[in-house]
Design a protein around this ligand. Sequence first.
Ligand code: 57M
Length: 359
Amino acid sequence: MLYHLLYPLHTTFSSFNVFRYITFRTIYAAITALIICFIVGPWLIRKLRSLKVGQSIREDGPQSHLSKEGTPTMGGILIIFAVVISTLLWSNLTVAYVWLVILVLVGYGIIGFFDDYGKLVSKSSRGVPGKVRLAGEIIIAFFVSVVIYVRPEFSHMVTIPFFKTVLPDIGIFYIFLTTFIIVGAANAVNLTDGLDGLALGPAITCFMTYLLFAYFAGNIKIAHYLQIPFVPGAGELTIFCGAIVGAGIGFLWYNAYPAQVFMGDVGSLSLGGALGTLAILTKQEILLAIVGGIFVLETFSVIFQVGWFKITKGKRIFRMAPIHHHFELKGWAEPKVIVRFWIISILLALVAISTLKLR
Ligand code: 57M
């Protein structure tokens, strides 16, 4: 809105020209979201406490988690609020992609909200039945995928990291691939969100990476120079990425060990869904598996553990899945697991960025 209100005034006040620049608006989108989190955060935590929106801790998990019983949850509401307000303030709202990614963020947030609410009411780890939740996620992802698919300027070729000439055009299957990416990313972030700040750290590095890719993909000169697909309008997603990085850091202030609040499914599903959507809209679909490698690792640890458990009727590969519990049970202190996973996610982000040149 600031863009629409203030930029036209540049003819009278030349300094208002600055509102044209994506870089300027991205920085202020991040700052706005961060400040919203700082201002609203303490109030929200008090409110969640007074409403008794506390986490129930599973007794079959690591014993160290039992002391977290009653920690306020559903803090992801703050992340969504800060991102939406900041994006509405700083981005060009005539670009459809901005609305699509907001739709996924809010839509997945609503699904997560009902899931958290169900867990709260039942005072257990059972929220919305798994199949109902998955159906809701698929409906939103499928709708967004179809809207993206039918846009005339959007290519159905898939970008394969490290291979600049391999760009398979998968036609109608693109809809299914993108639906899978959005749903998969949402659930992978959700599984990772099991230690203080564990999901937020890699999420922030992922959004920072896609911030760069959105900027590059939306600029015809840079896109051609780097030989990546040019996506008209993707530049505006840089501002969304800035807002989400700001909100993520702002929320991490409270979610860092020892956490004063958890983001809940409302936060993890919305962050993951938005991340998957950004990977698609910047035409770096497969790159998500590299930059979000921590989320992939966590997901596969669950798939292998559950699979092996069923095949062998009770044997385990890890002490407990997802894999962060394995390291906790091996005796690593919680902050050590968290920070080491963050370090790996930074490394993965650097590898992902290097694909711009290594191809
Ligand atoms: C949710 N949620 C946390 C919090 C957060 C298929 C199966 C492996 C699924 C998996 C599962 O349910 N994963 C998804 C993970 C929970 O956190 C809440 O959930 C939100 C995110 N969805 O925002 O509201 C707990 O995580 C801890 N936490 C923190 N700090 C944070 O900032 O410490 C979360 C955020 C919180 C808190 O303790 O209560 C969760 O883990 O429940 N299931 C599991 O992860 C379970 N694994 C399991 O059963 N593994 C089995 C195999 C055979 C399937 C095995 O390895 O033996 C474990 N979950 C827990 N305890 N809590 C089992 C033990």
